[in-house]
Design a protein around this ligand. Sequence first.
Ligand SMILES: Cc1cc2nc3c(=O)[nH]c(=O)nc-3n(C[C@H](O)[C@H](O)[C@H](O)COP(=O)(O)OP(=O)(O)OC[C@H]3O[C@@H](n4cnc5c(N)ncnc54)[C@H](O)[C@@H]3O)c2cc1C
Ligand SMILES: NC(=O)c1ccc[n+]([C@@H]2O[C@H](COP(=O)([O-])OP(=O)(O)OC[C@H]3O[C@@H](n4cnc5c(N)ncnc54)[C@H](OP(=O)(O)O)[C@@H]3O)[C@@H](O)[C@H]2O)c1
Length: 304
Amino acid sequence: MHTEYCFNPVNAMPIAITAIAAADRALDRASGGLGASAPRGTATPPPPARSTTQSVLAIHRWHEALLGVRVSRDTAFRFVPGHYARLGLPDADGVPLFRPLSVASSPADAHLDFLCTLVPGGAFSARLAALRVGDIVEVERPSYGFLTLQALAPGADLWMLASGTGIGPYLSMLHDPQLWTRHARVALVHSVRRAADLAYADELRARAQRPPADGAGRFLYEPVVTREPGASRWSQRLPQLFADGRLPAALAMPLDVASSRVMVCGHPALARDMRALLDARGFVTSRRGVPGQMAFEQYWQEPR
Ligand SMILES: Cc1cc2nc3c(=O)[nH]c(=O)nc-3n(C[C@H](O)[C@H](O)[C@H](O)COP(=O)(O)OP(=O)(O)OC[C@H]3O[C@@H](n4cnc5c(N)ncnc54)[C@H](O)[C@@H]3O)c2cc1C
Ligand SMILES: NC(=O)c1ccc[n+]([C@@H]2O[C@H](COP(=O)([O-])OP(=O)(O)OC[C@H]3O[C@@H](n4cnc5c(N)ncnc54)[C@H](OP(=O)(O)O)[C@@H]3O)[C@@H](O)[C@H]2O)c1
């Protein structure tokens, strides 16, 4: 059976899977509550598990609250750069808790990389903090998301704006040869609290300083450290740096709906404020298959 998945961008739940779960519950009731895994006759094989069991291959501690986690990859797991996976970390009884995490590695890699922050008091963060090489991780079979290169119309300049771990999807996109068929210049702007949060800064800086490879365009990397004055050229939050035009002017990449494409990933307030700023300049998101000029992925909901 071929299943089409449709994803709710707010709670990231795959709708087809929800429908299957509801159907399973209805079957449970009809069978007197035997449970979805109880035999229901010989004709119907059990549905495939929603996730595959993988293992932790490596953990890199950028600092006490920022981890790079490398996980084995099921050969059937497919994703487009910018997508996220849903990872399940089991408790002592083996019951997994799932959370979405952006894939930071390339689709060409045999493994999956994730950049993870540890939120104080967070249930998933507590499990991440205890994670060790060799531990079991569940990975849902589909990948999800709308923050992809294909979501935007081609345009000369691409802005990749990230706060904190929101840099993850861009790391994956930077491996994608399609990047340079769609854009001539790419500026990755990473806003973090402290310089220690600038994961991958050395290789991004080196890449920005190298002459572009054959067929590639110009890559710019701009770290923004907001809580350590002097640690970077800028210390203001990104919406402020765009509102007065300082950052586009400094990078000689004017923000213009005709030539600029903007991706925003991470903090919901960053997404909200950048969306308002871009809205006012005529940028739109993709609608009904028509690619737009801006795209967003926010990692949590703002409190009401
Ligand atoms: C589409 C999507 C992709 C995501 N990708 C990543 C990723 O690549 N790396 C990652 O670390 N997290 C990512 N997240 C967030 C992740 O799913 C969890 O929320 C995070 O791991 C914390 O889980 P928790 O159970 O400990 O806390 P939760 O109960 O999930 O979150 C508690 C609070 O912590 C804060 N918070 C949560 N995640 C972050 C974060 N990443 N940065 C700063 N503050 C945060 C928010 O204030 C949130 O309300 C993503 C979320 C979404 C929706
Ligand atoms: N970063 C650390 O050193 C550290 C250490 C231990 C634990 N933690 C925990 O890890 C979690 C995540 O922290 P994080 O630093 O990765 O993520 P974060 O709080 O999302 O901060 C990342 C960047 O987003 C910026 N930002 C915040 N609100 C914004 C807004 N409204 N508009 C635009 N930009 C905005 C921040 O600027 P501002 O600095 O101006 O807010 C910072 O530059 C937190 O729960 C934190 O307590 C962090």
